[in-house]
Design a protein around this ligand. Sequence first.
Ligand SMILES: Cc1ncc(COP(=O)(O)O)c(C=O)c1O
Length: 359
Amino acid sequence: MARIYNFSSGPAVLPLPVLEKAQAELLEYPGSGMSILEMSHRSKTYDAIIKAAEANIRQLMGIPDSYAVLFLPGGASQQFAMVPLNLLPAGGFADYVHTGAWAGKAIKEAEVVGRVKVVWDGRGDNYMRTPRPAELKFNPGSAYVHLCSNETIGGVRFPEFPKTNSPLVADMSSDIMSRVIDVSNFGLIYAGLQKNLGPAGSALVIIRRDLAEKTPESGNLFFRYATHMKEPSLYNTPNTFAIYILKLVSEWLAAEGGLAAMEARNQTKASLLYQALDTSPFWRPCARKDSRSLMNITWRLENEELEARFVQQAKAAGLDGLKGHRSVGGLRASLYNAFPLEGVRKLVEFMQDFEQKNG
Ligand SMILES: Cc1ncc(COP(=O)(O)O)c(C=O)c1O
């Protein structure tokens, strides 16, 4: 087996002990005589798995009982639609912060449903920074305020979150559980699983119960949070395998010291790479320093030909997934929770060598 260092932005690297456990249990989930892939989502065994996944997530993130934890199909993009379908009443409006590609997609979906007021737009800075809380002026009476905590493509994040009078809704797809946050500051948090949590195609949704209860009784049952809260994540047949992997990831996170330990580790990994990027003008890091993501680190080289050479030679050296998103080009290293420090060291060594030969 030759596992390489996988810098992919998602689906992304998972902890090796999680993959090993899943492999060991694949043919027969202990005591059940069958694979998790073959098991009824209403069986006792599966019930214990989904409940453990939820309990572990509550413990890791310190989620109060007044919030529901849901596992929903469709990934984060479906949440771009479900949020306004549930929380944006007819005649009302919602405030959105536009920090880049993902916030932009969330805005587009919300505009299909109702009125959106963009309270801050990073276009003037090419979406290379996020606003400081003091820069944000929210509109009184908004149904909610939406932001993306970490822009996976641009590589910018909110180092701190604004306080809002309306419920704060956050797309945390690419930095969920990478740092300690106070859940009670948010009305709703959602994240696609495929970066820090598990396989693609499902989302984790953490929603204040009173907000879910308010969801309008028009519109399809399937798209109402209330429906999924009433039959906890079992209204439809959920992605049983993804939730099982999420349970294993949550156990791994707890064994590694929880989110505070992850945050410290992520800080160390990202600092190592940013330091390398800051050492010489050969490297051109994209994000403004005060907004730099710890998860997705983006930079450019002098020209696209040099960038292509970098990606190709890095891959040959066992460092894969460093090409920037197709919409912006450049280079990107995604350093999620499961990405090892050793891989960042290898990348920095490779960069020093590459600069010597091409600088
Ligand atoms: C920040 C962010 N939001 C939303 C999405 C969309 O997620 P999905 O592909 O699960 O719908 C992504 C995907 O990479 C993302 O990075």
